[in-house]
Design a protein around this ligand. Structure first.
Ligand SMILES: *Cc1c(COP(=O)(O)O)cnc(C)c1O
Length: 386
């Protein structure tokens, strides 16, 4: 049996994408690259919900988060960072590192910031106070999804730019950058886009381009203006990660073949069946259903059991790889991703394994109850669709 990788990135890479990544290199200044560039941009349009070309850097997600900061802001600018967990906090700290003044709107782990709360905060601050609001679409550390269309409407009505960390969201949950009024949205290749790590992707709106022109923070590698100039020729300013571009093209083909709406529905179905199964095992979930992420679920570690023992037993006895908690949640939760190429059947396997591990650690539980509930959930969902 192969390892079953269910961490929130890097996610499972389908065989077609793995094969594509291993192809011979091409001249990145020649016509074959331009063709690859165009095919990828076409594949990305429905996923980003925008007709604009997306900037693509060789980078991790954190790299393109930093790119947004250095391209949009000037020293002393003030922004509002919405913090729902570790990744929201990371974006705030990156901005501070560059001399941007950051106010935080923080919510308890497992809850979502609301459009109303953000609107109240902006109204109390007055219209000119914030250059931008930064949010996390899918807070991977807690398994919470932000209501991005509502938040975007609230921010747009009040003037600041809206910057979105969609590293773990894009490709797994509906995203309409142009229609919703997102200004900058950053993501990475290794989560819902089911490509190996190493590509950072950035959407930039027309208003954000104006901000890019005005901003005075120093930048070179990340300079969106240079990237845009090269994009007009179907190129990137510096050597692109060509192998990963091959992989991404294949991943976008797979997404297109499955159908984007079906991809989103599969993510919701996996989340639903995993949540049903975890509850059938008597486990508590960190996020309530109303704000639960379709991409990753955080499970509370039962009283009296060490999280590390659960992860170790899952890995060693069942070859199932899931993630622990980050920051203050370390030891308190474990996280199971249902993201990218993950399949509903895999939810049954992970719950089967969790049931056995809990029983092995002395928890009074019917070990098969989780897998059974997940199976039933999937069948019911299939019956509803039929
Ligand atoms: C994974 C992740 C990141 C960081 O991406 P890296 O590629 O590890 O730098 C940032 N934000 C969110 C929401 C993520 O899930």
């Amino acid at each position: 049996m192969e390892d079953l990788l269910l961490i929130p990135g890097p996610t499972q890479v389908p065989p077609e994408v793995r094969a594509a990544v291993s192809r011979q290199m091409i001249n990145h200044r020649g016509p074959s690259f331009t063709e690859l560039y165009q095919e990828i941009q076409e594949g990305l349009r429905p996923v980003f919900g925008s007709e604009a070309d997306v900037l693509i850097f060789p980078a991790s997600g954190t790299g393109v988060m930093e790119s947004a900061v250095v391209n949009l802001f000037s020293p002393g600018d003030r922004i509002l960072s919405v913090v729902m967990g570790e990744f929201g906090e990371r974006f705030a700290v990156i901005a501070q590192a560059f001399g941007v003044e950051v106010d935080r709107l923080s919510v308890p782990p497992g809850t979502a910031a609301t459009a109303e709360a953000i609107a109240l905060r902006l109204d109390a601050a007055g219209p000119e106070r914030y250059r931008a609001v930064i949010v996390t679409h899918n807070e991977t550390s807690t398994g919470v999804l932000l209501d991005l269309p509502a938040v975007a409407a609230a921010v747009k009505a009040r003037g600041p730019l809206l910057v979105v960390d969609a590293v773990s969201a894009l490709g797994g949950v509906e995203t309409r950058c142009a229609e919703w009024g997102v200004d900058v949205l950053v993501t990475g290749s290794q989560k819902a886009l089911m490509t190996p790590p190493g590509l950072g992707l950035v959407y930039v709106s027309p208003s954000a381009w104006e901000a890019v022109e005005r901003a005075t923070l120093p930048r070179y590698y990340w300079d969106y203006r240079r990237a845009r100039k090269s994009a007009a020729k179907g190129q990137t300013p510096y050597t692109p990660a060509v192998g990963l571009w091959f992989g991404l093209r294949e991943a976008l083909r797979l997404i297109g073949a499955e159908g984007l709406d079906n991809v989103y529905a599969r993510h919701r179905r996996m989340a639903g069946s995993f949540r049903a199964g975890a509850r059938a095992l008597g486990l508590e979930l960190l996020a309530e259903d109303a704000v639960a992420s379709p991409l990753v679920t955080a499970v509370k570690v039962p009283e009296g059991i060490e999280a590390s023992r659960i992860l170790k037993a899952l890995r060693e006895e069942h070859r199932v790889i899931v993630a622990g908690g980050q920051g203050d949640l370390a030891g308190k939760i474990f996280r199971v991703a249902h993201m990218g190429a993950a399949r509903p059947e895999q939810m049954v396997r992970v719950l089967e394994a969790i049931g056995r591990v809990l029983a092995g650690l002395g928890v009074a539980v019917a070990p098969g109850a989780g897998a059974e509930a997940a199976r039933r959930f999937s069948e019911d969902a299939a019956a509803v669709r039929a």
